[in-house]
Design a protein around this ligand. Structure first.
Ligand SMILES: C[S@@+](CC[C@H](N)C(=O)[O-])C[C@H]1O[C@@H](n2cnc3c(N)ncnc32)[C@H](O)[C@@H]1O
Length: 165
């Protein structure tokens, strides 16, 4: 098999501003960051691409984990003290440090998106935005591997990481 490895280059289309300054105090997913607000500043040269986005209640933010300094193929996820393959987790220390968060879109003013439920560190470079579309993105026939072993109470405590503004 001819496997072609290429280097790909991406430039940020904006920056994500949040109240989260410390990795270990940042909630681990939007679902554990309810009501925490942030802004996403889109660089002016891309702002035309925001046309019609304000009619969507949620968006995917796709970003670069710029504060991850290592790559691990086995990680202990935040919700469990057992090792799992990194691709079976949402950990930041992955070969390509891409993060994805579904956040609420409250409003857009010019090139600034006002968002809620952020689990992202302040100053994170934004790579892309896509609208969350229930018809495409919602599933009912779901199972979730090792995550299904974790009790909701445990997830709530460990997932919020005791965030305080
Ligand atoms: C488990 S990851 C999940 C992120 C995203 N929702 C995902 O599924 O890709 C969330 C954690 O990543 C870390 N994090 C957030 N922004 C980061 C950044 N820019 N660089 C490195 N780590 C970051 C924080 O510690 C946060 O608690």
């Amino acid at each position: 098999m001819n496997i072609k490895k290429e280097i790909m280059e991406f430039s940020p289309i904006g920056v994500i501003n949040t109240p989260h300054k410390e990795s270990t105090k940042t909630p681990i997913q939007p679902v554990f960051a309810k009501g925490i607000t942030g802004t996403v500043e889109i660089y002016p040269e891309y702002s035309e691409g925001l046309t019609d986005l304000e009619k969507f209640s949620h968006v995917f933010l796709i970003y670069y984990f710029n504060q991850s300094s290592k790559t691990m193929l086995k990680v202990k996820p935040y919700l469990q003290d057992e090792l799992h393959g990194v691709f079976a987790t949402r950990a930041p220390h992955r070969p390509n440090k891409i993060g994805i968060s579904v956040v609420k879109l409250r409003r857009i003013e010019g090139n600034i998106l006002y968002v809620e439920d952020v689990d992202i560190l302040d100053g994170t470079p934004l790579l892309d935005i896509k609208p969350y579309i229930a018809r495409f993105d919602s599933r009912s026939d779901v199972y979730s591997g090792w995550q299904d072993e974790i009790l909701d109470d445990t997830a709530n405590v460990r997932g919020k990481r005791d965030y305080k503004e």
